[in-house]
Design a protein around this ligand. Structure first.
Ligand SMILES: Cc1cc2nc3c(=O)[nH]c(=O)nc-3n(C[C@H](O)[C@H](O)[C@H](O)COP(=O)(O)OP(=O)(O)OC[C@H]3O[C@@H](n4cnc5c(N)ncnc54)[C@H](O)[C@@H]3O)c2cc1C
Length: 773
């Protein structure tokens, strides 16, 4: 009978270890302690000959890793013997090694490869390395480049991007797609215009076209011509943010900020008079809150609104240059402004209120007492007309006070249903929370666009060949390129789901009165998502090399336009403090009355980390199954958020006990509080991601989403590993094992990257990048 034994230049002993070596080397990192450990184990393996051991030890030299030829041979052997992958595409490494060894052994000598002790010995090495005890589909999808000794990976992916897109878009998918389709019309063609007047005019016309399509109407009630669906208004913003950001922000200023303040802070008398014209852009308006002298500190605004009972008018005044409104979007095109000013009635200051002030007449002439100045060219968003506005004792009718939360009666007395001025102020600002959710989503969409460009480019671009006469390697196949882009892609997915969840939560809570939780989440997620966007876009710019710097490839505009997302709608650092303060007040409310027991009750109710997590075995557990486990991720995120909250609380209490003023105590804890806020937001993002995976019915999408979620979780733990090590939550071996599992996940996701960005479904016309069209 003809022998069917596999021909290989390696002995059965060496072959038995090939899958382990392949997976170990595939992340291209072998630390000294790992090398030492494998060396020792290899010396102890009775089934290896002296020559086997010498070869295997040679393969452990990081200064001289196995050659591409050798690596190719490993893959050939492994592929040959793993043809029938299980349904889920996985196979035990030790079993696979034994199967290969058996195939190269004559039938009378297979005993050693069937012996349980041999398998146990191989499994022990696997476990000690903390590598997944499975070989995934990735391997089978790895194809060898015909003229190249380097390895090229298939981009076929293992899931359907059109299905994934549905999960990404969520319940507003239909509207998002409708608007994307509309934006593909030539009138919205993405053009590079460098003259601000020309660009502003074009953007203004495009905003009008969107208004004509009724896209401006979602946030407003039907009785005034609106569509009464706040979730859809955010979805419209998301859809536009796949396209030109100047158009997005101009649209957002008119209908979100100006329209949102009109509706959120005004009452019927304002709705009847202005809402319809505002929605149709017949009444262009702006939102004039920030002043040159005061930005984040809105309570410190200096513009005054002084009530004069004799004429029943309110006088709006900018007392000096610095109290002029600054950066105001739509300032050059507006006829009206919502002006935020200190409301003074009978000599008493009732705090910041919003008022409608006419800026121009129907012929676009400025009205008396109004001065407007163009802010000029900016880093980005030059299609938006930002300006400065000053008021010189401008009189407006008393009815122009947006009086939902405070008003002046017929006798000239101020009244409000919210007696506490501080609470009133925050309630007013809370009415504007949709803007923050929208900007967070807009930032994450910017990240998606940049990733789509960078990843599609990386799948075309080749640099460096292993040898002179060989084809060059795709840049996407460099581990460093994968390390730069794939975890960022995972985080973008994570944020997508957290932001959509918040959008839904907001639309449920809308009008319920108590929006504190929505406000906290909106502040935190806006900050986290826009910081993420800035980081991703920069990385994508670099990932495209020089091409990333050319305007024709869109990344420069995405980078310049979204940069300010970290500042407007609330400066990110200040927003994170807001999150921290809200967490602390929840914490304080819970422990103020009940002392220490109350803290324990509070934490027991709020957090799920069990003490078993902190036992020495868990701290050192480097098993891949444990590291990929949802419970480990949740516990690690919970623990960090929990511990940071407790320690801030304890520090604050100690300072206060020592009679340090609350403000000084807050300053001493400020950095600590920001980290706490970030940990809280990361915990929320992780929770939402795992929640959504539970609801995903398509098994292929669920599998990929789980990998993305695991990568987000482990990459975040890795980013914070200093903290986890300081707090003895993990051992240094465990952080090393985490790094290895991250690399493994990245490798498994590599064949999926094209599908993962296709799932964003960004039409070429909207993406506007030559390198990928
Ligand atoms: C293009 C653009 C468009 C805009 N559109 C509008 C608009 O339409 N309407 C409008 O009203 N405003 C608008 N703004 C203003 C924007 O909202 C403000 O710029 C923003 O609120 C920040 O205020 P600021 O610029 O005064 O910065 P500041 O508040 O002075 O902050 C400066 C720095 O100090 C830090 N900082 C401030 N306070 C603290 C603190 N307590 N602790 C620690 N650090 C702190 C901040 O993190 C920041 O890094 C726009 C701005 C720009 C650039």
């Amino acid at each position: 009978m003809m022998s069917t034994k596999a021909k290989s230049k390696y002995s059965p002993g060496v072959l038995s270890l090939l899958p382990i070596f392949y997976v170990t080397w595939s992340d291209t990192v072998l630390s000294p302690s790992e090398i030492k450990m494998i060396r020792k184990r290899i010396q102890d393996l009775p089934f290896l000959t002296f020559t086997d051991k010498r070869l295997l030890v040679k393969w452990l030299n990081p200064a001289k890793p196995p050659s591409a030829e050798e690596f190719k041979e490993w893959i050939r052997m492994i592929r040959k013997h793993a043809p029938k992958m299980e349904e889920d595409g996985k196979m035990d490494l030790a079993d696979l090694g034994l199967r290969i060894a058996r195939s190269a052994t004559s039938s009378e000598n297979t005993e050693v490869w069937n012996a349980p002790a041999t398998k146990d010995a191989l499994k022990e090495i696997e476990e000690a390395l903390g590598i997944e005890s499975e070989i995934s589909k990735v391997l089978l999808q790895t194809k060898l480049h015909p003229e190249n000794s380097s390895i090229e990976i298939s981009n076929q992916g293992s899931f359907d991007p059109t299905v994934m897109q549905k999960y990404l878009d969520g319940k507003e998918g239909e509207l998002i797609n409708r608007i994307k389709k509309l934006l593909r019309d030539p009138v919205f063609e993405y053009k590079i215009i460098r003259d601000k007047e020309e660009q502003r005019q074009r953007v203004l016309e495009q905003v009008k076209l969107l208004a004509d399509q009724g896209i401006s109407k979602f946030a407003f009630p039907e009785e005034y011509g609106g569509k009464g669906d706040v979730s859809k208004s955010i979805a419209a913003f998301e859809a536009i943010s796949y396209h030109d950001h100047s158009l997005l922000i101009k649209f957002g200023v008119q209908f979100g900020l100006f329209g949102g303040a009109l509706y959120g802070l005004g009452t019927e008398r304002h709705f009847e008079k202005y809402l319809e014209d505002m929605m149709k852009l017949n009444l262009p308006g702006c939102f004039a809150m920030t002043e040159t002298g005061h930005g984040s500190n809105v309570r410190g605004l200096e513009t005054t609104a002084t009530y004069q009972h004799s004429s029943k008018t309110i006088m709006i005044d900018s007392p000096d240059y610095d109290s002029g409104k600054e950066y105001i979007g739509n300032a050059m095109h507006s006829r009206m402004a919502v002006v935020f000013a200190q409301l003074i009635v009978e000599g008493e200051n009732h705090g910041v209120h919003a008022l409608l002030v006419d800026l121009r007449d129907r012929h676009h002439n400025l009205l008396p007492g109004i001065k407007v100045e163009d802010c000029g060219y900016k880093l980005g968003l030059n299609g938006v007309d930002n300006g400065r506005i000053w008021f010189d004792k401008v009189e407006i009718p008393k009815e122009n006070l947006l009086n939902k939360y405070g008003d002046i009666d017929d006798e000239g007395q101020y009244f409000s249903t919210i007696k506490n001025p501080s609470k009133r102020f925050f309630t007013m600002l809370g009415a504007l929370v949709a803007g923050r959710i929208s900007v967070g989503i807009g930032g994450n969409t910017g990240a998606k666009s940049a990733l789509a460009i960078a990843i599609k480019y990386a799948l075309k671009r080749r640099q460096f060949a292993p040898k002179d006469n060989e084809a060059e390697t795709l840049i996407m196949d460099y581990p460093s390129h994968q390390r730069r882009l794939i975890p960022r892609l995972a985080k973008t997915y994570a944020l997508n789901f957290a932001l959509h969840d918040l959008q839904e939560f907001y639309s449920k809570e809308y009008g319920s009165g108590d929006m504190r939780e929505v406000e906290t989440l909106a502040a935190g997620l806006k900050a986290y998502a826009t910081w993420h966007a800035t980081d991703v876009i920069q990385e994508c710019r670099e990932a495209c090399g020089g091409k990333g710097y050319l305007q024709e490839n869109r990344i420069p505009d995405i980078k310049a336009d979204t940069d300010i997302f970290t500042t407007f709608e609330g400066d990110n650092t200040v927003l994170m403090q807001l999150v921290a303060k809200s967490l602390m007040s929840e914490y304080r409310d819970n422990f103020n009355d009940g002392g220490y027991m109350a803290i324990i009750r509070f934490l027991a109710g709020r957090f799920t980390t069990s003490v078993t997590e902190l036992n020495p075995i868990t701290i050192r557990n480097t098993n891949a199954e444990h590291l990929l486990d949802e419970d480990f991720h949740r516990s690690a995120f919970d623990y960090r958020a929990q511990k940071l909250t407790i320690t801030v609380g304890q520090r604050m209490r100690n300072y206060l006990k020592r009679r340090i003023t609350p403000y000084q105590a807050y300053l001493r804890c400020q950095n600590h509080m920001e980290v706490m806020a970030e940990a809280y937001i990361e915990k929320i993002i992780l929770e939402k991601f795992y929640q959504i995976i539970e609801q995903v019915e398509d098994e292929d999408c669920a599998r990929i989403l789980r990998k993305l979620c695991q990568l987000f979780a482990l990459d975040t733990i890795q980013k914070n590993k200093g903290w986890y090590l300081e707090n003895d939550y993990v051992s240094s071996n465990k952080t090393k094992a985490i790094r290895r599992v991250i690399n493994k996940l990245i490798q498994e996701l590599r064949p999926e990257v094209l599908n993962l960005v296709q799932s964003f479904n960004i039409p070429d016309e909207l993406l506007g990048a030559k390198i990928v069209s």
